[in-house]
Design a protein around this ligand. Structure first.
Ligand code: SAJ
Length: 433
């Protein structure tokens, strides 16, 4: 539909400048759109208008600087008139696991005065079924407009993996679910101007459920791996070796056990499905419970090891929810450290090279060298690449717990007790040495 010339001058208003909204705004700006980004946080708006960013994501800082300096991206706390509106705000869950749509509601209400005939409104936030139709349409579209004729509304879920957002936002296939076929068609044409993957057309409710299904699928599969790791520990076997061997079967592909499942997506989204259909989702609920239990299981193992070996200094490597990101949302690593700090008598040292001490003030962080030098027990919680470079010499004479199965693949098998340790004679000798 759009040539580069047509894009110039076409205005896009992006509501929410977080992990999805900011990369989306920057990508659109780099493709020639005139992008007005909106965030409720004045500090975020100021940071972006200086050409800087407030989150960590590879290559995003350079891109934002380029498009802000070039005049194609401007941030504000207020929306403005635009041709296309994106809603990219958080959709957390309440304490009873029901979805909290307050940010979607607020963003929809905020754009309503600016929406004109011919405009497109896209919801990208992961949302429970029917949110586009029952929340966005009534709040964002004035009564005088008919959806599908005057204003075009669709749900188009983001599917990007943190750490690869700028690549996946462009290259992944996208799903566009319009409220009507005309909405789908308009929005599909718009995505085709900047996405190189296929843009697949469907309805709003199908797109909403599909997005939740993707993350629930991954959660169930990780839960299987985590359950296996606890089962193997109970029976005195190594889950990582079992998985490695089982995965040699041509039709078996088990994921990695870890300290639990974190991040703002996979640990939250399956509950939206469970909440929407409580009696139809026993497996999805069980998976959530298994993954939520894993951090406590690890804390108990660490506690036992500390008591058995009279350990006085424990080093925890990693706070973020996964490798090479700075995101602490729902992080099992952070949950484990918090629990260890409140339950153990030992000194707990913590290192995370991605977490800035200026932003994180709950407790102080330690340089990696110091942790490696001082800890009697080292626990690998998040598999940041910096931790993969530790040599077997640096890790010798220590008890090790590798919750990710990574040190093993670095050929440290002899030193590392993977996932959940058994107090093997070898470990106790090393500890004594
Ligand atoms: N994890 C494991 N074992 C594994 C894989 C992951 O324990 O084998 C853990 C991670 O350490 C992390 C959590 O699971 O704590 C989630 O990490 P992830 O890399 O699986 O996914 P996210 O949350 O970073 O991103 C997911 C992606 N969804 C899917 O892969 C189906 C991404 O494509 C979505 O766009 C994103 O959720 C989202 O925004 O919904």
């Amino acid at each position: 539909m759009d040539s580069m010339l047509e894009r110039n001058g076409k205005k896009v208003c992006v509501m929410g400048l977080g992990y999805i909204g900011l990369p989306t705004a920057a990508i659109l700006a780099s493709r020639g759109y005139d992008v007005h980004g909106v965030d409720v946080r004045a500090d975020v708006v100021e940071t972006i208008n200086r050409g800087e960013i407030h989150i960590h994501e590879p290559r995003l800082a350079e891109l934002v600087k380029e498009v802000v300096d070039g005049g194609n991206l401007h941030a504000s706390i207020e929306p403005c008139e635009a041709d296309v509106f994106f809603i990219c705000v958080p959709t957390p869950s309440n304490s009873d696991k029901s979805p909290d749509l307050s940010y979607v509601r607020a963003a929809s209400e905020a754009i309503r005065p600016y929406v004109r005939r011919g405009n497109i409104i896209i919801l990208e936030s992961t949302s429970p079924p029917k949110t586009t139709e029952e929340t966005v349409v009534p709040l964002a579209v004035a009564n005088e407009f008919e959806v599908g004729r005057d204003v075009f509304v669709a749900y188009c879920p983001e599917r990007v993996l943190p750490g690869r957002i700028l690549i996946e936002a462009v290259e992944n296939d996208r799903i566009v679910g319009g409220i009507t076929p005309a909405c789908t068609q308009h929005v599909q044409q718009f995505y085709e101007t900047f996405v190189t993957g296929n843009v697949l057309a469907t309805t709003a409710i199908t797109a909403e459920i599909t997005k939740l299904t993707e993350n629930a699928f991954r959660d169930v599969n990780i839960a299987f791996a985590n359950e296996l790791s606890m089962l193997a520990d109970h029976l005195g076997a190594d889950a990582f070796e079992i998985i490695e061997l089982a995965n040699r079967h041509p039709r078996v592909n088990i994921l990695n056990p870890g300290p639990g499942v974190g991040g703002h997506c996979i640990s939250v989204d399956p509950w939206f499905l469970a909440h929407a259909a409580p009696n139809q989702t026993p497996l999805i609920r069980a998976a959530r419970q298994v993954n939520d239990h894993k951090p406590h299981f690890l804390v108990q193992k660490i506690e036992r090891l500390v008591a058995d070996y009279r350990i006085s200094v424990v080093g925890c490597l990693g706070l973020a929810y996964k490798a090479d990101v700075d995101d602490l949302r729902e992080s099992p690593s952070l949950e484990i450290v918090r629990e260890l700090k409140s339950r153990l008598n030992a000194e707990i040292l913590v290192c995370d090279p991605y977490v800035s001490p200026d932003k994180f003030r709950e407790f102080s962080l330690c340089p990696l060298d110091e942790i490696v030098q001082r800890s009697e027990l080292l626990v690998l919680l998040t598999d940041h690449s910096q931790f993969m470079t530790l040599s077997s010499k640096q890790l010798s004479n220590k008890l090790l717990i590798d919750a990710r199965g990574e040190w093993h693949s670095q050929d440290l098998t002899a030193a590392a007790q993977r996932d959940v340790p058994l107090a093997t004679p070898a470990a106790s000798e090393r500890h004594a040495a």
